[in-house]
Design a protein. Structure first.
Length: 373
């Protein structure tokens, strides 16, 4: 289980006085190398008089992650991590030296007791592992080696992955590759034969040159691969389409600004109707929503820059997740979360509105089934 944190911190003035300091504790995690993970929270006071904090998972690279707010009321401490779908809740001891509680991440709950460390008891925090060297920003990369094979995987065993210089696509067809390479929705691709959507492939490739490619550079590589192996020829047009427009709500953004502004985004589903974003920008969120959740393209008009941590929980309807090939079950009368439009506004401070607007459309002029490896 990965423990990386953005800690939420807001406190009553008198109780908050006992929070600044270094708090540390151990999570019992059987799948960890030593069966446990050590976590450290460093709480301090900002220039504004509010509290700030960072969390470090010592046994997972020792990288620090920022805090936004922590709540402490009636000796109950709540630490929420929207970018992980995780949180901690515990009760502070009368002497203010321990907080006994529970760490919850997804469906997993673990006992966690935090102790206020002293100079003698504080754990040594190793230097964070150096980040891989990025590929030069002006590089024009290609896949040095790429394989495309018909997929034998089951329906939901699918997706994209990036690990260093290696890129993998499992159980996805030509259409899905195009949506990723060109940041398009399925509705923005016309003229392709039926097999372009029905035939699924497992694709693996490794970048040439030096350094780790960015997501945009992976897109450059995919575009070259589509032209080389699928012999794709197309032209772009503007057409009026049903779309969703994403803007900032009147209440303003409610997302937490990530401390890791240069980190590769992590954004994924924890289930139908639950998404977690870490170091994600608005383009990441737009692409995620139109690629996995929504039934039409999304136009980002938020004007928000930078990267954010957030958690989004909603009750999906039967118009959502069609791209994953799954059927959303009917929502019960006592659904625990609001619909997507309400949830985005309440939890993220954004507004999603269905309209008709001019959007880019890719018209496929020529395509062939992928050449042999």
């Amino acid at each position: 289980m990965r423990i990386l944190a953005t800690v939420l911190l807001s406190a009553l003035p008198l109780l908050a006085q006992g929070l600044p300091g270094t708090w540390q504790g151990t999570l019992k995690v059987p799948q960890a190398p030593k069966g446990e993970l050590r976590v450290v929270f460093k709480v301090s006071t900002a220039d504004t008089g509010t509290l700030k904090a960072e969390m470090v998972s010592i046994d997972q690279g020792a990288q620090a992650f920022s805090a936004s707010t922590v709540t402490l009321r009636d000796h109950v401490v709540k630490i929420v991590m929207p970018g992980l779908g995780a949180g901690f809740e515990g009760r502070m001891s009368p002497d203010g030296k321990t907080i006994a509680g529970t760490w919850t991440q997804g469906q997993t709950s673990l006992v966690l007791t935090l102790e206020l460390a002293t100079a003698q008891t504080a754990w040594a925090i190793p230097e964070a592992a150096p980040k891989p060297k990025p590929m030069a920003a002006n590089a024009d990369p290609s896949f040095e080696v790429v394989t495309i094979k018909p997929s034998r995987r089951e329906g939901l065993d699918k997706g994209f992955g990036m690990r260093g210089r290696r890129f993998t696509v499992n159980n996805e067809g030509f259409i899905e590759l195009v949506t990723l390479a060109y940041r398009l929705h399925l509705r923005q691709i016309v003229g392709a034969p039926s097999w372009a959507e029905s035939d699924k492939y497992d694709t693996e490739g490794e970048a040439d040159g030096e350094g780790v490619p960015s997501l945009d550079q992976y897109r450059i590589m995919l575009r070259k691969m589509l032209a080389d192996r699928f012999h794709l020829v197309f032209h772009m047009e503007k057409r009026e389409l049903p779309v969703y427009v994403l803007t900032v709500a009147k209440t303003g953004s409610k997302m937490t600004k990530s401390i890791n502004q240069d980190e590769l985004a992590g954004l994924g589903l924890r289930g139908l109707g639950s998404a977690v974003g870490r170091s994600a920008n608005m383009e990441n969120f737009r692409n995620f929503m139109q690629g996995f959740v929504l039934d039409r393209p999304v136009l980002d008009q938020t004007g928000l820059e930078g990267r954010y941590d957030f958690q989004l929980d909603w009750t999906p309807d039967d118009f959502q997740f069609s791209g994953l090939g799954v059927k959303v079950p009917p929502a019960g009368e006592n659904a625990p979360h609001p619909d997507l439009f309400t949830a985005i506004q309440q939890q993220m401070g954004l507004k999603l509105e269905a309209v008709r607007a001019q959007a880019d459309v890719m018209v496929v002029d020529h395509i062939e089934k992928p050449s042999e490896n």
